[in-house]
Design a protein around this ligand. Structure first.
Ligand code: ADP
Ligand code: ADP
Ligand code: ZN
Length: 220
């Protein structure tokens, strides 16, 4: 089973991908996380991606496609099921994904669109932080750790904020989303793969809606 989570920055893709990974044993493949790891490691890809990410632009399609294809070829556990979080982000990437999957005789089961209005996204992104150890996502207002200062998932006590989560960069990222990524909605709708959930609902409710989509695909 291969599911794409599609939505603007701050829609809740990472939060829901984490849930799916925990509750359904699907492997979460986040191109944003992989790129941030590349930046942190100072690799060739990371050095090139750093400035692009900080200004809220997209890295070139070839780079995004290469990291996903590599992970699909080598990744442990990807045979069971996969969630793609943050990929594809352009029609070019979607076409490349189609080719990669065809080569591996695998198919896309569904594209889940998480609908959130732009006005809500700035608040979501400016309050976002995550566990430095396991990456679990939190929010200053909407999703605080159950015990103050302690990660619910791993118990870690250190948290980080992303360099690109500033109010200025968010605007650039939203513009890029509408221009480059939103065209994927008609692309997948035309192929009967698009399912839409209300991303404005609270986190648990969104998770239920996504579970219902998975159940309708014959897997709950
Ligand atoms: P994305 O991966 O789509 O950029 P995240 O999952 O990182 O989005 O969520 C962005 C921020 O909003 C995080 O701080 C997260 O805790 C919070 N968040 C996620 N889903 C919801 C929701 N349904 N309602 C309120 N806040 C949410
Ligand atoms: P968000 O959670 O806000 O949706 P991500 O963590 O998915 O953001 O991505 C962070 C940044 O990494 C993007 O703004 C972009 O610069 C880069 N990036 C991530 N995925 C892709 C992709 N598929 N294609 C191009 N750039 C990407
Ligand atoms: Zn943690």
């Amino acid at each position: 089973m291969i599911i794409i989570l599609l939505g603007p920055p701050g829609a809740g893709k990472g939060t829901q991908a984490e849930n799916l990974q925990r509750n359904h044993g699907l492997v979460n493949l986040s191109t944003g996380d992989m790129l941030r790891a590349a930046v942190a490691s100072g690799s060739e890809i990371g050095r090139k991606a750093k400035a692009v990410m900080e200004r809220g632009d997209l890295v070139p399609d070839e780079v995004a496609v290469a990291i996903v294809a590599e992970r699909l070829a080598a990744g442990p556990g990807t045979a069971k099921g996969l969630i793609l979080d943050g990929f594809p982000r352009t029609v070019g990437q979607a076409e490349a994904l189609d080719r990669v999957l065809a080569e591996k005789h695998r198919k896309l089961d569904a594209v889940i669109e998480m609908q959130v209005v732009d006005e809500a996204l700035v608040a979501r992104i400016s309050g976002r932080f995550s566990c430095a150890k396991c990456g679990a996502a939190y929010h200053d207002t909407f999703n605080r750790p159950k015990v103050e200062g302690k990660c619910d998932v791993c118990g870690g006590g250190e948290f980080t904020r992303r360099a690109d989560d500033s109010a200025e960069t968010v605007k650039a990222r939203l513009t890029v989303y509408h221009r480059e990524t939103a065209p994927l909605l008609p692309y997948y709708r035309a192929r009967g793969l698009l399912r839409t959930v209300d991303g404005m609902a609270e986190i648990g409710q969104v998770a239920k809606e996504i579970d219902a989509v998975l159940a309708s695909l014959g897997r709950s």
